[in-house]
Write a protein that binds this ligand. Structure first.
Ligand code: NAP
Length: 351
């Protein structure tokens, strides 16, 4: 287990801002995890678990305790009839797993190509894109349960998966150590459900193109939105989507539509409510693509991403986020929920 003191966190996050960790531990096994937890308890240090750093905002003061970086590796696949059951350690890179799935004919996660971060982070907010969500292929999530003080494998039905939600989100009780997936053994993608993706592939929705074609199309779409982390793309110095797409009642939807001349695209939810694009609300509340506040701003490629334009502080970023959240609330009466995890700071008090 590698332990270092006073480690700068900014280079370990895709937003590239924030202070340092008191201590940083590279957790390479469940044994390391136990050792790290025991030591932190003895020293009475708070713990923060960091994966790929693609969904976090670290305060300018950093984190005074121990940052545990999930570095466990290992992918084990087993055939089960027409399915492939794959155990993936939490520290594996998510997009490398998707690339492997496409190459090996493990169908079910190809639409989630190009998402940064590590596998262990994906169940936390039930990551999804272009019509797929990880919860559709997850069988179980292996965790360390800090309350019960033991390892446990939680079946998907016990994980409370919802739209970008699970029982793990904003809850320190569980630390994910590996995820078990079940994929369909096929080189065809799952049926395309997302209109934008179907257009990019020039196929009708419901069609099953090859997984390779779907992966290429998704990567292309994400690049046009600055949503593939790329050192050559300044619009990708972000935490991806900064706000969750809200699900609102039909009354709220009509009220929102009434405030502008335009109706936002609306997507019906199984419970009768309507999902709308947070990016549309942000733009129509007066924060268009390219809007700036000092060294931060709204991405020029996607109104849902806040970008560090170079040398920004967490304080500046949170000020921009606050103005946008309040602007959307005042204009449309919708309370936007933040997608990234805030470390040592909050939106309503200075970082
Ligand atoms: P987008 O395609 O502009 O879509 C905006 C909103 O419209 C989202 O709420 C999306 O739902 C919904 N939508 C669009 N077409 C739909 C369809 N055919 N059926 C149902 N709902 C539809 O979104 P974007 O911001 O550019 O992102 C592209 C994809 O990446 C989206 O799927 C988005 O959710 C995903 N993404 C996920 C994360 C994450 O998991 N943390 C972060 C960034 C982006 P959905 O959100 O259900 O797709």
């Amino acid at each position: 287990m590698q332990v270092r003191e006073h480690v700068a966190l900014a280079p370990l996050t895709t937003l590239r801002l924030g202070g340092a960790a008191g201590r940083m531990v590279e957790v390479e096994s469940e044994h390391d995890l136990m050792a790290m937890l025991g030591e932190a308890q003895e020293r009475r240090e708070p713990i923060f678990v960091l994966g790929g750093g693609s969904n976090v905002v670290v305060s300018d003061e950093g984190f005074p305790g121990v940052v545990a970086r999930t570095a466990m590796q290992g992918i084990h696949a087993k055939r089960d009839g027409d399915r492939i059951v794959v155990d993936v350690a939490a520290g594996e890179d998510w997009d490398a797993l998707v690339e492997r799935a496409v190459s090996e004919g493990w169908s079910g996660i190809e639409c989630m190509s190009g998402i940064p971060g590590r596998v262990g982070a994906t169940p936390i907010q039930n990551v999804g894109a272009y019509g797929q969500e990880v919860s559709e292929t997850i069988v179980s999530v292996r965790v360390y349960d800090r309350s019960a003080e033991r390892f446990d494998a939680l079946p998907a039905c016990a994980c409370g998966f919802g739209y970008r939600a699970s029982i793990f989100k904003r809850n320190e009780r569980w630390i994910v150590t590996s995820v078990r997936f079940s994929f369909l053994a096929s080189s065809d993608a799952a049926p395309v459900r997302y209109a934008e993706l179907a257009r990019a592939l020039s196929v009708p929705t419901g069609r099953r193109p090859s997984m390779r074609a779907v992966r290429q199309a998704v990567l292309g779409l994400r690049r046009t939105k600055g949503m593939v982390v790329d050192p050559h793309d300044p619009e990708s110095i972000s935490a991806g989507s900064f706000f969750v797409n809200p699900i609102v009642s039909n009354d709220a939807f009509e009220r929102i539509a009434g405030r502008t001349g335009e109706r936002p695209a609306a997507f019906p939810e199984p419970d009768g409510r309507t999902k709308i694009a947070a990016a549309w609300l942000v733009e129509h509340a007066g924060f268009p693509k390219g809007w700036s506040l000092g060294k931060v701003g709204v991405s020029r490629k996607h109104a849902l991403a806040l970008v560090n334009r170079g040398g920004a502080t967490a304080r500046e970023l949170l000020e921009a986020a606050r103005r946008i959240r309040d602007g959307v609330r005042d204009r449309f009466g919708v309370a936007l929920e933040l997608e990234p995890v805030l470390v040592g700071c909050s939106l309503d008090s200075s970082p």
